[in-house]
Design a binder for this molecule. Structure first.
Ligand SMILES: Nc1ncnc2c1ncn2[C@@H]1O[C@H](COP(=O)(O)OP(=O)(O)OP(=O)(O)O)[C@@H](O)[C@H]1O
Length: 349
């Protein structure tokens, strides 16, 4: 549905050129919910605005639904843009227009008749849960409701793609969840491809099928969300995940682990601090009991968390394992063979 090829974006800033996007290649399939995540200044907004050519890239091709938007004339581009809806962090509603009239704006601008507009907007307001508030003004509704208007307006022209530019960043966690649920529903019921940019892994985790991590204008990591969560490769990805699945153990716990390690050494056995993570059907208990039973290891559980991503279980566990060095190595090898990610945490320092 979306195919970005060799996208470069250079802005002329006051202190010279700023290279916001440095050769982005990205394919997003029809019907996907795709997350683009990065820290402030990474280039997320620049990238999402390239998709509807609100930003014309300095170089590269922007192919949406089979057409290269960079090659279209003004009239054709206006037409093509109707297939790409967009929602914004600050909603961008007109305060002098009602909920209905805000949602209807793109259709009015396109010259649609009043009757046709009503036929289109009434069911959309119902879809976003605002049919009872159609006559209210933006000042009379909550932030979450404003974003629902923004979503209805973005869907008014029956687009194939919905772009979300930090749509939930101004909302509290509960409202964020309900807006993300709504975007999922839009994706499921209308088949609209959703591309959302965010700086929060929680958003990606709740809704996206795949994610691209962007840093300094480049995609540094990309994959299915469950895979990126279980096997993050880049430092930036790890630190973004760390915000919802803490990777660092508290200093007090590490102190305890060092004592356990000293004790193990005193008893002539090896001790290692391991971080295990897994996705899917494996569960903690069989993993742990196997380590104890088959490899005669002693285990201390330091930290554990189980979560769900796209209906798949995702677990992470920190354990201190001690025992015979050879058996410990064999246990780690078997865990890896079974698809458990095993990361050794250094205890020195
Ligand atoms: N119009 C502009 N003129 C000059 N530089 C710009 C312009 N827009 C963005 N930039 C610069 O391009 C880089 C990428 O900005 P962009 O807004 O795309 O990042 P972002 O990841 O969306 O960040 P944020 O989450 O803070 O909005 C930044 O260094 C920014 O300062």
């Amino acid at each position: 549905m979306i195919d970005l090829r060799g996208i470069t974006q250079i802005y002329q800033g006051p202190k010279g050129p700023v290279e916001a996007l440095r050769g982005i290649d990205l394919k997003i399939g029809a019907g996907e919910v795709f997350g683009i995540i990065g820290r402030s200044g990474a280039g997320k907004s620049s990238l999402v605005r390239v998709i509807n050519l609100l930003n014309r890239p300095t170089a590269g091709e922007v192919i949406v639904a089979g057409r290269d938007l960079t090659k279209l004339g003004d009239a054709e581009l206006r037409q093509a843009r109707r297939e790409i809806g967009m929602v914004f962090q600050h909603f961008n509603l007109l305060s002098s227009r009602t909920v209905f009239d805000n949602a209807a704006l793109p259709l009015e601008l396109a010259g649609m008749t009043k009757d046709a507009i009503k036929k289109r907007i009434d069911p959309l307001l119902e879809l976003v849960g605002l049919d009872h508030l159609a006559d209210r003004y933006p000042s009379q509704i909550s932030g979450g409701q404003k974003q629902r208007v923004g979503i209805a307006r973005a869907l008014a022209s029956n687009p194939k793609v919905l772009l979300s530019d930090e749509a939930t960043s101004a909302l509290d966690p509960e409202t964020t969840r309900s807006i993300l649920d709504l975007l999922r529903k839009v994706n499921n019921e209308l088949g609209v491809t959703v591309v959302l940019i965010t700086h929060q892994m929680q958003v990606v985790k709740q809704i996206a099928d795949r994610v691209a991590v962007i840093e300094a204008g480049r995609i540094v990591e990309m994959g299915r969300v469950i895979d990126v969560f279980t096997r993050p490769e880049q430092g930036i990805t790890k630190s973004l995940i760390d915000e919802i699945v803490p990777q660092e153990l508290p200093a007090g716990v590490l102190d305890r682990v060092r004592k356990l390690s000293d004790m193990a050494r005193g008893q002539g056995v090896t001790g290692r601090l391991l971080r295990l993570s897994y996705a899917g059907d494996q569960a903690y208990q069989p993993i742990l009991s196997r380590l104890i039973r088959d490899y005669q290891l002693d285990l201390s559980i330091l930290h554990g968390q189980v979560d769900e991503i796209q209906n798949q279980t995702f677990g992470s566990l920190a354990v201190f394992a001690s025992g015979d060095a050879g058996r410990l190595n064999a246990a780690v090898a078997e865990l890896r063979e079974q698809g458990v990610q095993v990361q050794e945490v250094e205890l020195e320092g």
